[in-house]
Design a binder for this molecule. Structure first.
Ligand code: NAD
Ligand code: 5JK
Length: 369
């Protein structure tokens, strides 16, 4: 009993813990981190499912708060040994203003860093993104690259720009002295396109297909590969990196790691069909049904409509100039840096990841009917 009491001594804080990725990180920590004494979940919007977590041996503390409010962040961080910072505005559809995206993703991250320094939290894991690297505004492909692959990371869009700045702040903070004199140890994880249970975009595409009579129309060449990674493996990598960061600060502090698993390299649409197909949808066309110039015109028209309608309503379709360019630029990673640095191996095989995602979609479908 004494061993287990000694073992359960750590306090973790997960910002954005009620989000798509955040919820999986929370559940993975409760399953895979035996040293957890308290798990704090900080989010603007707390989920009702948190209540079910409060019956276990770990103290689960739900904190409704805003990362843009420094005092709220400091109060949540105080006393935590590890912070996993996933909170962010994931918006490439023009829903939020560039200022709001920057406020949440950059200033919010600054507030988390300063809270760690001021309150003495020594370990910070940041959920960055592949977009910190690319695709860049020139549409240069990134074909099975790794953390050391040279690539001209040039961004104009608010979201990737904010993620790049936030990641830079986190990495630069590595080594700063926190309250009590110990060094802050930070690292950043760069997931590619995350899929799995709770993925809102996949849900939106599914319902779009249902509205079109069970059909989706190919818009992206099958040859354009887009890296994808299962949410359970991304969550597992967060848990593992947070644990190993405490053991190997000299090696891992200030490092970035792409999140990867055995998910196959496919175009964004073909990959989605791995899950949408078993749910009854069909992808029409072996090549894009519309020429690229017409898709660009439609994307630009969507952007214009969004701007014109903004005073009345939010019009934010999937197709806009940025998402079209992104979807049409190959971006895949092939790396083993996480395996070399902290022994990461995917927890879920491709088959398991696919099956779990399909089951989620089928359950979503049956509840919608
Ligand atoms: N979804 C992907 O494909 C993907 C890929 C790479 C990286 N990421 C990164 O992973 C993280 C989580 O992404 P996600 O897909 O789970 O998004 P999500 O929108 O589902 O989750 C984000 C969470 O952050 C919370 N949040 C937003 N603004 C906040 C604020 N001001 N204060 C406190 N909480 C706030 C939201 O309420 C939400 O619960 C983000 O940092 C994102 O950039 C996502
Ligand atoms: C209408 C089509 C032409 C485009 C539809 C697909 C489009 C919505 C998809 C394609 C690529 C997707 C992004 C990619 O998976 C990676 C990321 C990085 C991550 O940090 C946030 C999500 C994001 C931007 C995906 C959003 C949806 C995209 C653009």
């Amino acid at each position: 009993m004494a061993d287990s009491a000694q073992a359960q001594k750590l306090v973790y804080l997960v910002t954005g813990g009620c989000g798509f990725l955040g919820e999986h990180v929370v559940r993975m920590l409760l399953q895979q981190e035996p040293r957890l004494r308290e798990l704090r979940i900080f989010d603007l919007h707390l989920g009702p499912w948190l209540e079910e977590l409060k019956t276990g041996p770990v103290q689960v503390t739900a904190i409704q708060g805003d990362v843009t409010q420094a005092h709220e962040v400091a109060a949540a961080v105080a006393g935590a040994h590890v912070v996993i910072h996933t909170a962010g505005l994931v918006d490439v559809f023009g829903r939020a203003s560039p200022e709001t995206i920057h406020e949440v993703n950059v200033q919010g991250t600054k507030n988390v860093i300063e809270a760690c320094v001021q309150t003495g939290t020594q370990f910070l894991v940041y959920t960055s993104s592949m977009e910190v690297v690319g695709p860049n505004i020139k549409g240069h492909p990134f074909y099975r690259g790794n953390e050391d692959t040279p690539y001209e990371a040039v961004h104009r869009h608010p979201y990737p720009s904010s993620k790049a700045r936030a990641e830079q702040l986190v990495l630069e903070a590595n080594g700063r002295k926190v309250r009590g004199g110990l060094p802050l140890v930070t690292c950043a994880l760069r997931p590619t396109g995350i899929y799995g249970e709770g993925h809102q975009i996949m849900r939106d595409i599914y319902y779009q297909g249902l509205r079109l009579g069970g059909r989706l129309f190919r818009a992206i060449p099958a040859s354009v590969e887009h890296g994808r990674v299962y949410v359970g493996n991304v969550a597992w990598m967060h848990v593992l990196v947070a644990r190993e960061l405490q053991q190997r600060p000299a090696l891992m502090g200030g490092q970035v790691y792409f999140c990867y698993d055995k998910s196959p390299y496919k175009s964004y649409e073909d990959f989605n069909m791995e899950f949408l197909g078993p749910c009854g949808l069909r992808l029409v066309g072996t090549r894009p049904l519309l020429p690229y110039w017409l898709l660009m015109f439609l994307a630009a028209l969507n952007a214009l409509l969004q701007w014109l309608l903004r005073p009345l309503l939010l019009y934010a379709p999937l197709l806009n100039p940025y998402t079209l360019a992104m979807a049409n630029t190959t971006f895949t990673v092939s790396t083993n840096k996480a395996q070399r640095h902290f022994g990461y191996e995917p927890l879920f095989s491709w088959e398991e990841s696919r099956t779990r995602t399909i089951r989620w979609m089928q359950a979503m479908d049956s509840s919608a009917q």
